[in-house]
Structures are given as structure tokens and as C-alpha cells.
Design a protein. Structure first.
Length: 146
């Protein structure tokens, strides 16, 4: 048994796992806050937390992807299935409503342009790069789907 921890560069592997778990925990807190605060995004923080926990702690990663509230979405995203079309529509609708309200409240043109650019970037990313999950056609009368 080696009494000294293995090193990768100047950071120990154990230190890296602690750092990843800390970043993941902060991302989970920010993601949960994003459920209630309109301009704080939930999904990117939860995806960051999942990525950090996958490398830092199997136990925390399993807790996150089996969470009853958002575990299914994270599992589907990690498996490459994407997110359901209904979720994409709700995400975009709520995001644009929040951004529109914020732009209305903020009476500075520069901030309004920035909000619009952020909204366009997130919309482009969500529509172009995040796959839309295809739901299987339900069986009818016990017959297998075509």
C-alpha cells in the first residue's frame, strides 16, 4: 500500500475529487435556486453537477440521477436521448417570458441587448445541439408497434 497519494501534476487525485464534489454541490444548490429564481438557469447547473459527481463521487452521482424531481431528465441527457419536446417548449417559453420581463424592468439598452443575446444563445443551443427525445408509440390492442 502506497502511503503517499498518487499525483497528477501538482494536484493529488483525492484533492481533485474533493474539488469536483465541492463544485458539484455548489452547482446543485444553484440549480435548485434556479427553480425559484427566473434568471438563474437550472438545467446547466444540474448538468455541471452531474458531470462533476460522475468524476468525483459515484454515490453523489447516483443520488443525483435517481432524484425523483430531475433524475430522469439527467439520465436521459447522459444517455444521449436528449429532453422531451414538451420540456423544450416549456423551457423556451418560461425563459423568454423571464427575459422579456427583465428587459422591460431594466431601462438600459445595453442590458436589454445582453438579455436578448443570452436568450438567442440559449435558444440556439437548445434547439440545435440538445437532442429531442423521441417517445415510443404506445401499443394499441396488444399489437406491437410498427
Amino acid at each position: 500500500m502506497d502511503p503517499l497519494p498518487r499525483q497528477r501534476g501538482s494536484v493529488t487525485m483525492q484533492g481533485m475529487k474533493i474539488l469536483l464534489n465541492l463544485i458539484g454541490a455548489i452547482a446543485v444548490v444553484l440549480g435548485v435556486l434556479g427553480i425559484f429564481l427566473p434568471l438563474l438557469p437550472t438545467t446547466p447547473f444540474l448538468l455541471l453537477a452531474s458531470a462533476c459527481f460522475a468524476r468525483g463521487s459515484t454515490r453523489l452521482h447516483n443520488w443525483l440521477i435517481t432524484n425523483p424531481m430531475f433524475g430522469r431528465y439527467l439520465r436521459n441527457y447522459e444517455l444521449g436521448y436528449g429532453i422531451p419536446l414538451r420540456a423544450k417548449v416549456w423551457i423556451l417559453l418560461l425563459m423568454w417570458l423571464s427575459l422579456g420581463y427583465s428587459a422591460y424592468v431594466v431601462h438600459r439598452t445595453g442590458l436589454q441587448i445582453m438579455l436578448f443575446c443570452i436568450g438567442c444563445g440559449v435558444t440556439l443551443y437548445l434547439c440545435r445541439y440538445v437532442p429531442t427525445m423521441r417517445l415510443p408509440v404506445p401499443e394499441q390492442d396488444g399489437a406491437p408497434p410498427p
